[in-house]
Design a protein around this ligand. Structure first.
Ligand code: FES
Length: 105
């Protein structure tokens, strides 16, 4: 199942197919569709786990407000995948807790 209309991103048309790497597994997506939509289409429901109780979280609001869909995208933690467009070759990981931040020097 794919999201065809999004409250923030608008009407989503089928576009060019791209490849994403999710937890080391290659998946197909459409360019610029929300990452969360692409992952939901594959059946993935757990996007991150809470800091203290390790509880699973996934798509909840789907409009960028709740942070339940945050993941590590290309090394950047806390990316709201429901409002982040998918790009070819992105490397996406399930996030545990607050995620580890790295500082570029
Ligand atoms: S699902 Fe709520 S911010 Fe993405």
């Amino acid at each position: 199942m794919r999201i065809v209309e999004h409250p923030i991103l608008g009407k989503l048309e089928k576009k060019k197919k791209i490849k994403l790497w999710v937890n080391g597994r290659q998946l197909e997506a459409y360019e610029n569709e929300p990452i969360a939509a692409a992952l939901a289409n594959t059946g993935l429901k757990v996007f991150h786990r809470t800091q203290e109780l390790n509880e699973p979280r996934g798509i909840f609001c789907a409009i960028g407000r709740c942070t339940d869909c945050v993941m590590i995208v290309d090394g950047q933690p806390n990316v709201r995948t429901c409002v982040t467009p998918a790009k070819n070759g992105m490397r996406i990981q399930t996030q545990k807790g607050l995620g580890k931040w790295s500082v570029k020097k």
